[in-house]
Design a protein around this ligand. Structure first.
Ligand code: FE2
Ligand code: FE2
Length: 140
């Protein structure tokens, strides 16, 4: 399993595991692009399918945890997550020269957006939740 670099860690175990899995998927996509020959349609579709399914699971989990914690930035996160899924859908539907080109575009988007989102937004949620937990502890 891909080990999540320190700068991406929220300190929330499940979130970090899911981010590691997503970055691992991103890495697999990059490997796929580096191969001389593509594995053909099935390979690309498998990659996109895994990406869509897994991001959905991850966003649902994060939003559920944010709701539970009455996180003030929940709406902002929901909006960004929805934008991401829409964008992946659009890129998937787009007519590109080749399947490889499609994967390339998705990866470029994913790298920028996803990494930016983790660092700017998810880390803030990690801080919020970790503070909430430690103040609950100190009241005991
Ligand atoms: Fe996330
Ligand atoms: Fe998020």
């Amino acid at each position: 399993m891909f080990s999540l670099p320190e700068k991406f860690r929220t300190g929330l175990e499940v979130v970090d595991q899911q981010h590691a899995k997503l970055l691992d998927l991103l890495d697999q996509g990059i490997h796929f692009l580096r191969k001389e020959k593509t594995d053909g349609f099935a390979g690309v579709e498998d990659f996109l399918q895994a990406l869509r399914t897994y991001t959905r699971i991850h966003f649902q989990y994060e939003e559920k945890e944010m709701k539970k914690a009455s996180y003030p930035q929940l709406a902002d996160q929901q909006q960004m997550h929805a934008y991401f899924l829409k964008k992946i859908h659009e890129l998937d539907d787009k007519n590109t020269e080749s399947e490889r080109e499609k994967v390339r575009e998705i990866i470029v988007f994913l790298k920028e957006w996803f990494i930016g989102h983790i660092v700017e937004k998810d880390l803030a949620f990690g801080d919020f939740l970790n503070k909430q937990k430690s103040s609950a502890k100190s009241k005991l």
